[in-house]
Write a protein that binds this ligand. Structure first.
Ligand SMILES: [Zn+2]
Length: 348
């Protein structure tokens, strides 16, 4: 055999084998190709499906985010609404708190069960005949009358009868701040309104008078001469209903040439203001002042104003009217032996 023949002869089977292998190869390659195609198709399907799912998810998430936003908005709106309501109720609370605050300003933060009453004044029904600021001084018990019994004394049972009458007839007891507003024409007061004051802070009032006000839960003012054991009196006779206010620290004495001769009218402005401020500090209140003996001058009034009082009372005997100076208020004098009828006539 020639090389070629050899080759040929050898090639043939080789070719055959080759062809077969090529065939096998081709079919394998076809299978591989189709497998790859299937895989590609599957991948595309998976991709499409996946992106659809992702798109759907994103879309859902987006909507959800949108909803969430809306929900947040609502929450915020609700928050605002709630904050608004909270503000409103806070105002309500502070409004309610401004009541007692006002009372503190008026010098008598009273317990809730006090008989101050309510200011029920209306345009149709309010006090038009003047406000009686009653001026009392001393209290005594007829079973044990004092040696110096005078016109400025009131018998304790007579006092109780008067206070009881005021309570039973629903009298209103305005604060000093309200008295100021009343005379300045800024506030209407109920037809039945009255203010009760006791001058000098005498033991007789502290021992016999205060228990009456405690019993009927009615507010009253005790004008203390604070240099006369004021600190101890304020401590010892502390009351929810009787408020201590200034009758000067040490100006309830002779030394002037005006009126009853009280020294206040002869004091320098600075000394007077210093005295008044000292008494305010001891009383723990500076809402009202009672001029010693009722004596005053323009300089006295200026000192009272500079000391910061809301109201000041004299001994001028009449009711306080709209238009009166709140720092020169008249009072209605209460006298020993006055009948309940005469008391009613004086205050109603
Ligand atoms: Zn006095």
């Amino acid at each position: 055999m020639t090389e070629r023949g050899k080759k040929k002869s050898s090639r043939r089977p080789q070719d055959l084998r080759h062809r077969k292998s090529v065939k096998r190869y081709r079919s394998r390659r076809m299978k591989r190709r189709s497998a790859v195609l299937w895989a590609l198709l599957l991948a595309v399907i998976i991709l499409l499906a996946g992106s659809a799912v992702v798109y759907g998810f994103l879309k859902w998430d987006g909507e959800d985010a949108g909803n969430e936003k809306t929900a947040k908005d609502i929450t915020i709106e609700n928050g605002n609404v709630q904050a608004g309501r909270a503000q409103e109720s806070a105002d309500g609370v502070s409004g309610a708190a401004s009541g007692p605050q006002k009372e503190e300003d008026g010098g008598s933060a009273l317990p809730e069960d006090s008989r101050r009453g309510e200011n029920t004044a209306t345009e149709e029904h309010h006090k038009t005949n003047g406000l009686a600021i009653c001026m009392y001084h001393y209290v005594y018990d007829e079973a044990d009358p004092p040696d110096d019994l005078g016109n400025n004394h009131i018998e304790v049972h007579a006092l109780e009868e008067e206070i009881k009458y005021l309570v039973e007839n629903d009298y209103y007891f305005p604060t000093w701040e309200e008295v100021r507003q009343y005379v300045e024409g800024e506030l209407l007061l109920p037809e039945k309104s009255v203010v009760l004051t006791f001058d000098d802070g005498a033991k007789s009032f502290l021992d016999l008078g205060i228990p009456v006000f405690e019993k009927y839960k009615v507010p009253a003012t005790s004008f203390l001469i604070t240099s006369n054991d004021g600190e101890n009196k304020v401590k010892e006779y502390q009351s929810d209903f009787v408020t201590f206010q200034s009758h000067s620290d040490n100006m309830h004495r002779a030394g002037g040439n005006i009126g009853h001769g009280g020294i206040f009218t002869a004091m320098s402005h600075d000394d007077a203001v210093a005295d008044l401020k000292k008494s305010i500090q001891i009383c723990g209140n500076g809402d009202a002042f009672a001029y010693p003996y009722g004596d005053y001058t323009d300089d006295c009034r200026a000192a009272v104003e500079d000391a910061g009082f809301t109201c000041a009372v004299t001994t001028e005997n009449r009711r306080a009217e709209v238009g009166d100076d709140p720092l020169l208020l008249p009072r209605v004098r209460m006298s020993r032996g006055q009948s309940l009828e005469s008391f009613i006539a004086l205050v109603e």
